[in-house]
Design a protein around this ligand. Structure first.
Ligand SMILES: Nc1ncnc2c1ncn2[C@@H]1O[C@H](COP(=O)(O)OP(=O)(O)O)[C@@H](O)[C@H]1O
Ligand SMILES: [Mg+2]
Length: 266
Protein backbone atom coordinates (compact mmCIF):
# COMPACT_ATOMS: atom_id res chain seq x y z
CA UNK A 1 0.00 0.00 0.00
CA UNK A 2 1.43 3.35 -1.04
CA UNK A 3 0.74 6.08 1.50
CA UNK A 4 1.29 9.71 0.60
CA UNK A 5 0.82 12.89 2.65
CA UNK A 6 0.75 16.17 0.69
CA UNK A 7 1.06 19.31 2.82
CA UNK A 8 -1.05 17.83 5.60
CA UNK A 9 -1.80 20.03 8.61
CA UNK A 10 -3.90 19.00 11.57
CA UNK A 11 -4.97 20.49 14.88
CA UNK A 12 -7.06 19.11 17.72
CA UNK A 13 -9.53 21.51 19.39
CA UNK A 14 -6.59 23.76 20.31
CA UNK A 15 -5.61 26.62 18.03
CA UNK A 16 -2.09 25.38 17.16
CA UNK A 17 -1.21 22.83 14.48
CA UNK A 18 0.01 19.50 15.86
CA UNK A 19 0.90 18.35 12.32
CA UNK A 20 2.43 21.08 10.21
CA UNK A 21 2.45 21.00 6.42
CA UNK A 22 3.68 17.41 6.41
CA UNK A 23 4.60 15.68 3.13
CA UNK A 24 6.03 12.18 2.71
CA UNK A 25 5.64 8.99 0.68
CA UNK A 26 5.72 5.44 2.01
CA UNK A 27 5.97 2.91 -0.82
CA UNK A 28 4.26 -0.45 -1.07
CA UNK A 29 6.11 -3.24 0.72
CA UNK A 30 8.48 -0.92 2.55
CA UNK A 31 9.11 -0.81 6.25
CA UNK A 32 9.29 2.75 7.57
CA UNK A 33 10.28 3.68 11.11
CA UNK A 34 8.95 6.92 12.53
CA UNK A 35 10.98 8.33 15.40
CA UNK A 36 10.72 11.53 17.41
CA UNK A 37 10.21 12.89 20.92
CA UNK A 38 7.02 12.38 22.96
CA UNK A 39 4.27 14.70 21.83
CA UNK A 40 5.87 15.33 18.41
CA UNK A 41 2.79 14.03 16.58
CA UNK A 42 3.67 10.41 15.73
CA UNK A 43 0.41 8.84 16.95
CA UNK A 44 -1.55 11.65 15.32
CA UNK A 45 0.10 10.69 12.01
CA UNK A 46 -1.04 7.06 12.42
CA UNK A 47 -4.60 8.24 13.12
CA UNK A 48 -4.51 10.41 10.01
CA UNK A 49 -3.27 7.43 7.96
CA UNK A 50 -6.10 5.27 9.34
CA UNK A 51 -8.62 8.02 8.57
CA UNK A 52 -9.58 8.27 12.25
CA UNK A 53 -8.66 11.95 12.03
CA UNK A 54 -9.17 14.19 9.01
CA UNK A 55 -6.58 16.81 7.94
CA UNK A 56 -7.52 20.49 8.37
CA UNK A 57 -5.62 21.15 5.17
CA UNK A 58 -3.63 19.15 2.64
CA UNK A 59 -4.40 15.71 1.25
CA UNK A 60 -3.72 12.06 1.97
CA UNK A 61 -3.47 9.61 -0.93
CA UNK A 62 -3.61 5.84 -0.57
CA UNK A 63 -2.45 3.97 -3.68
CA UNK A 64 -2.61 7.33 -5.49
CA UNK A 65 -6.31 7.78 -4.63
CA UNK A 66 -7.37 10.80 -2.56
CA UNK A 67 -8.80 9.67 0.79
CA UNK A 68 -12.35 10.91 1.26
CA UNK A 69 -15.24 10.28 3.66
CA UNK A 70 -16.71 7.95 1.02
CA UNK A 71 -13.71 5.66 0.49
CA UNK A 72 -12.06 5.69 3.92
CA UNK A 73 -13.97 2.71 5.33
CA UNK A 74 -12.86 0.52 2.45
CA UNK A 75 -9.29 1.76 2.70
CA UNK A 76 -9.20 1.15 6.45
CA UNK A 77 -10.10 -2.51 5.88
CA UNK A 78 -6.61 -2.87 4.44
CA UNK A 79 -4.86 -1.52 7.53
CA UNK A 80 -4.18 -2.93 10.94
CA UNK A 81 -2.70 -1.25 13.98
CA UNK A 82 -1.01 -2.51 17.14
CA UNK A 83 -0.76 -0.17 20.11
CA UNK A 84 1.63 0.28 22.99
CA UNK A 85 -0.30 -1.56 25.68
CA UNK A 86 -1.29 -5.13 24.76
CA UNK A 87 -3.69 -5.31 27.75
CA UNK A 88 -6.06 -2.87 26.08
CA UNK A 89 -6.27 -5.01 22.96
CA UNK A 90 -7.91 -8.09 24.48
CA UNK A 91 -11.56 -8.92 24.39
CA UNK A 92 -11.74 -12.72 24.41
CA UNK A 93 -11.52 -15.43 27.07
CA UNK A 94 -8.90 -17.38 25.12
CA UNK A 95 -6.09 -16.51 22.74
CA UNK A 96 -8.11 -18.20 20.01
CA UNK A 97 -11.13 -15.93 20.66
CA UNK A 98 -8.91 -12.93 20.50
CA UNK A 99 -7.38 -13.79 17.17
CA UNK A 100 -10.88 -14.66 15.89
CA UNK A 101 -12.41 -11.36 17.00
CA UNK A 102 -11.65 -9.29 13.91
CA UNK A 103 -12.43 -12.25 11.65
CA UNK A 104 -15.91 -12.66 13.15
CA UNK A 105 -16.62 -9.07 12.20
CA UNK A 106 -15.56 -9.93 8.68
CA UNK A 107 -18.17 -12.74 8.49
CA UNK A 108 -15.62 -15.34 7.46
CA UNK A 109 -16.65 -18.99 7.23
CA UNK A 110 -15.70 -21.14 10.28
CA UNK A 111 -13.25 -23.46 8.53
CA UNK A 112 -11.46 -20.60 6.90
CA UNK A 113 -11.37 -18.83 10.25
CA UNK A 114 -9.68 -21.79 11.97
CA UNK A 115 -7.15 -22.01 9.15
CA UNK A 116 -6.28 -18.34 9.55
CA UNK A 117 -6.02 -18.63 13.34
CA UNK A 118 -3.70 -21.63 13.02
CA UNK A 119 -1.58 -20.05 10.32
CA UNK A 120 -0.97 -16.78 12.12
CA UNK A 121 -0.67 -18.09 15.66
CA UNK A 122 2.02 -20.43 14.31
CA UNK A 123 3.73 -17.55 12.53
CA UNK A 124 4.08 -15.60 15.80
CA UNK A 125 4.92 -18.82 17.69
CA UNK A 126 1.81 -18.72 19.87
CA UNK A 127 0.00 -21.80 18.49
CA UNK A 128 0.63 -23.73 21.73
CA UNK A 129 -1.34 -21.10 23.64
CA UNK A 130 -4.60 -21.01 21.67
CA UNK A 131 -6.71 -22.18 24.62
CA UNK A 132 -4.86 -20.07 27.20
CA UNK A 133 -6.34 -17.07 28.92
CA UNK A 134 -4.60 -13.99 27.47
CA UNK A 135 -4.33 -12.55 30.97
CA UNK A 136 -1.82 -15.25 31.92
CA UNK A 137 0.60 -14.42 29.11
CA UNK A 138 3.75 -12.30 29.31
CA UNK A 139 3.75 -8.84 27.71
CA UNK A 140 5.70 -10.07 24.70
CA UNK A 141 3.34 -13.01 24.23
CA UNK A 142 0.30 -10.72 24.47
CA UNK A 143 1.76 -8.43 21.85
CA UNK A 144 2.40 -11.45 19.59
CA UNK A 145 -1.25 -12.49 19.96
CA UNK A 146 -2.30 -8.93 19.09
CA UNK A 147 -0.03 -9.13 16.03
CA UNK A 148 -1.55 -12.50 15.04
CA UNK A 149 -5.02 -10.92 15.30
CA UNK A 150 -4.01 -8.14 12.94
CA UNK A 151 -2.15 -10.52 10.59
CA UNK A 152 -5.18 -12.82 10.39
CA UNK A 153 -7.12 -9.93 8.86
CA UNK A 154 -4.57 -10.11 6.01
CA UNK A 155 -4.38 -6.35 5.65
CA UNK A 156 -1.80 -4.87 3.27
CA UNK A 157 -0.49 -2.45 5.85
CA UNK A 158 0.37 -2.89 9.52
CA UNK A 159 1.17 -0.02 11.87
CA UNK A 160 3.05 -0.62 15.12
CA UNK A 161 2.56 2.39 17.42
CA UNK A 162 5.27 1.94 20.05
CA UNK A 163 4.23 -1.70 20.24
CA UNK A 164 7.42 -2.71 22.07
CA UNK A 165 7.75 0.20 24.48
CA UNK A 166 6.00 -1.53 27.42
CA UNK A 167 7.92 -4.77 27.03
CA UNK A 168 10.98 -6.15 28.81
CA UNK A 169 14.08 -6.90 26.68
CA UNK A 170 12.95 -10.49 26.02
CA UNK A 171 9.53 -9.26 24.90
CA UNK A 172 11.16 -6.68 22.62
CA UNK A 173 13.38 -9.38 21.14
CA UNK A 174 10.34 -11.62 20.50
CA UNK A 175 8.53 -8.85 18.64
CA UNK A 176 11.65 -7.93 16.70
CA UNK A 177 11.95 -11.52 15.47
CA UNK A 178 8.32 -11.44 14.38
CA UNK A 179 8.76 -8.11 12.62
CA UNK A 180 11.87 -9.22 10.76
CA UNK A 181 10.06 -12.34 9.63
CA UNK A 182 7.07 -10.27 8.48
CA UNK A 183 9.32 -7.96 6.53
CA UNK A 184 11.11 -10.85 4.84
CA UNK A 185 8.25 -13.21 4.14
CA UNK A 186 4.94 -11.38 4.12
CA UNK A 187 5.82 -8.35 1.93
CA UNK A 188 3.59 -6.12 4.07
CA UNK A 189 3.83 -2.36 4.16
CA UNK A 190 4.97 -1.74 7.72
CA UNK A 191 5.05 1.50 9.69
CA UNK A 192 6.73 1.29 13.05
CA UNK A 193 6.83 4.07 15.60
CA UNK A 194 9.64 3.07 17.86
CA UNK A 195 12.52 4.01 20.13
CA UNK A 196 14.14 0.65 19.56
CA UNK A 197 17.44 0.92 17.70
CA UNK A 198 17.31 -2.61 16.35
CA UNK A 199 13.90 -2.03 14.81
CA UNK A 200 15.08 1.23 13.26
CA UNK A 201 18.18 -0.47 11.87
CA UNK A 202 16.33 -3.08 9.84
CA UNK A 203 13.70 -0.73 8.43
CA UNK A 204 14.02 0.51 4.84
CA UNK A 205 13.50 4.17 5.67
CA UNK A 206 13.35 6.38 8.73
CA UNK A 207 11.24 9.51 9.21
CA UNK A 208 12.29 11.77 12.05
CA UNK A 209 9.43 13.88 13.38
CA UNK A 210 9.82 16.86 15.69
CA UNK A 211 7.02 19.27 16.56
CA UNK A 212 4.74 17.96 13.81
CA UNK A 213 7.33 18.29 11.05
CA UNK A 214 9.82 16.03 9.33
CA UNK A 215 13.27 17.10 10.46
CA UNK A 216 15.10 14.32 8.62
CA UNK A 217 14.47 11.24 6.52
CA UNK A 218 16.75 8.61 5.08
CA UNK A 219 18.26 5.17 5.43
CA UNK A 220 18.70 3.94 9.02
CA UNK A 221 22.49 4.26 8.97
CA UNK A 222 22.31 7.86 7.71
CA UNK A 223 19.87 8.82 10.44
CA UNK A 224 21.54 6.89 13.23
CA UNK A 225 24.97 8.31 12.48
CA UNK A 226 23.68 11.88 12.69
CA UNK A 227 24.57 12.75 16.24
CA UNK A 228 22.77 16.06 16.48
CA UNK A 229 19.65 14.34 15.33
CA UNK A 230 20.00 11.48 17.82
CA UNK A 231 20.22 14.07 20.56
CA UNK A 232 17.20 15.89 19.26
CA UNK A 233 14.95 12.83 19.11
CA UNK A 234 16.07 11.77 22.56
CA UNK A 235 17.54 8.34 21.96
CA UNK A 236 18.95 7.74 25.41
CA UNK A 237 22.47 6.76 26.40
CA UNK A 238 21.75 3.07 26.73
CA UNK A 239 20.32 3.00 23.24
CA UNK A 240 23.39 4.73 21.83
CA UNK A 241 25.68 2.26 23.56
CA UNK A 242 23.69 -0.55 21.97
CA UNK A 243 24.07 1.21 18.65
CA UNK A 244 27.83 1.45 19.13
CA UNK A 245 28.01 -2.29 19.73
CA UNK A 246 26.05 -3.00 16.59
CA UNK A 247 28.10 -0.62 14.49
CA UNK A 248 31.33 -2.13 15.81
CA UNK A 249 30.28 -5.42 14.33
CA UNK A 250 29.92 -3.63 11.02
CA UNK A 251 33.19 -1.69 11.20
CA UNK A 252 31.79 1.81 11.05
CA UNK A 253 34.82 3.24 12.90
CA UNK A 254 34.23 6.95 12.45
CA UNK A 255 30.60 6.71 13.46
CA UNK A 256 31.63 4.75 16.54
CA UNK A 257 34.10 7.42 17.63
CA UNK A 258 31.49 10.12 17.25
CA UNK A 259 28.94 8.11 19.18
CA UNK A 260 31.33 7.53 22.06
CA UNK A 261 31.86 11.27 22.21
CA UNK A 262 28.12 11.81 22.21
CA UNK A 263 27.39 9.15 24.77
CA UNK A 264 29.98 10.17 27.33
CA UNK A 265 30.31 13.85 26.43
CA UNK A 266 34.02 13.40 25.64
N1 LIG B 1 -7.05 13.78 21.59
C1 LIG B 1 -6.25 14.84 21.71
N2 LIG B 1 -6.75 16.07 21.99
C2 LIG B 1 -5.97 17.16 22.09
N3 LIG B 1 -4.63 17.13 21.94
C3 LIG B 1 -4.06 15.94 21.66
C4 LIG B 1 -4.83 14.74 21.55
N4 LIG B 1 -3.98 13.71 21.27
C5 LIG B 1 -2.75 14.25 21.21
N5 LIG B 1 -2.79 15.58 21.45
C6 LIG B 1 -1.62 16.50 21.44
O1 LIG B 1 -1.05 16.47 20.14
C7 LIG B 1 0.37 16.47 20.19
C8 LIG B 1 0.90 15.23 19.48
O2 LIG B 1 0.50 14.08 20.19
P1 LIG B 1 0.81 12.61 19.68
O3 LIG B 1 0.48 12.51 18.24
O4 LIG B 1 0.14 11.67 20.61
O5 LIG B 1 2.41 12.55 19.87
P2 LIG B 1 3.40 11.31 19.97
O6 LIG B 1 2.65 10.09 19.53
O7 LIG B 1 4.54 11.67 19.09
O8 LIG B 1 3.81 11.23 21.41
C9 LIG B 1 0.72 16.56 21.67
O9 LIG B 1 0.94 17.91 21.98
C10 LIG B 1 -0.52 16.03 22.36
O10 LIG B 1 -0.66 16.61 23.64
MG1 LIG C 1 2.27 8.23 20.47
Amino acid sequence: MKIEFKNVSFKYQSDFDVIKDLSFVINTGEMTSIIGPNGSGKSTITKLIMGLLVPNSGSIYINDVLVTEENILNIRKNMGIIFQNPDNQFVGVTVKDDIAFGLENKCIERNEMFELINKYSTLVRMNDFLDSNPENLSGGQKQRVAIAGVLAMETETIIFDEATSMLDPIGVEEINKTLKMLKKEASKTIISITHNIEEILYSDNVLVIDDGQIVAQGKPIEILSNIELLNKVGLDTIESVKLINMLEENNHKEIIEELWKLTFNM
